[in-house]
Design a binder for this molecule. Sequence first.
Ligand SMILES: *Cc1c(COP(=O)(O)O)cnc(C)c1O
Length: 376
Amino acid sequence: MQNGKNYYGIQVNLSEIEVEQNTVNRLKQLTNNLGDCYNEKKCPLPNTMSAERKAVEMYGEWLNLPTKESWGYIGGGSSIGNLQGMWMARALYPDATLVFSESAHYSIYKFSSLLNFKSVIIINTLQDGSIDINDLKRKIHREMNIVIVLTSGTTMTSAHDDVDNCIEVLNEMECTFYLHLDAALGGSIIPFISQGELGQKPSDFTFSNKNISSMTISIHKIIGVPVPANIFISRLSVVERFKSKVNEVPYLSHIKDITIYGSRDGFRAELVYKRINSLGWDGVYDIVQGLIKNCNYLLEGLKRLGLSEIFRVGGGVAIVIPVESLRKFMSYETIKDIEKRFHLVRDDENYHIYVMQHMYKKDCDEIVSVFRSALL
Ligand SMILES: *Cc1c(COP(=O)(O)O)cnc(C)c1O
């Protein structure tokens, strides 16, 4: 059975995965990873914190963060991971201006209001969906105190913001800043691609880049797990400073709960650990390389039909179709039919097709043939 068939609008992996019986058996009783998984002794409930820590550390290693310098936990998706990073930043830089691009995920807009940032600057993006460095230069001032959220793998086009140049601008302007990287998609791509593929240095998007304080990576997207999940990772030094801003909980052995959560799903944490441990670096590498190969295959197939404005960004796994370019070739109704058939999503400018592991070469062929028969 191919459950994911024709679901190509959202960047999630819908292929079926193996779940071990003893993992399923966990559902017979509550596991609750309440609090900091690096403080397991203080957790008053059955939990899977040791698997949770291993998952954090495995991803940390892939993203060049030494285990002894890392902290993190598994949550219910990168929206919450962004909230964690922005909460930490807000507490550490209470007077900061929040800066992000207009292509940032909608959770950033949401939490900028929830966390009540005093001022917010939204930077324009280029046509490929990445942040416009010149607009950043124009909009920030000297010696500003900034919380900046950049994106590795934007929602609509899969673009990777030019982290290096953004930092250069902030340094030139002598700004102090906290940088949270929304790597919901890109965190599972960056470690597995070359500089040639990305068009930038992959290490700029990892903790090798000393300017990055925290990141979130969604696990149900590239990797695929049967429940929404993210790994939040932060430098331990940043977390230690953040901890001084958080209250103790008297009835929980005076722990400081530095997570967004109270109760946290232990079943999910174990699923995530088992999945990434069984894949390993090599397994994820194979997935990512397969996605890029299919992406290029689909892109070429569509371009051969004469749809020349369709594009894919370096290090991206989305085929982006400018809506206006389609209008030249198809009626409004035909476009709507294709949208429905493949569950595509669009914003004001673009449709995208996300090439995830459940899309096979034959599915690419089918998409191309549907577009072919739809041409006027
Ligand atoms: C998917 C996504 C999110 C939100 O992640 P959820 O896991 O859906 O909460 C945040 N940022 C980006 C760039 C995303 O692609």
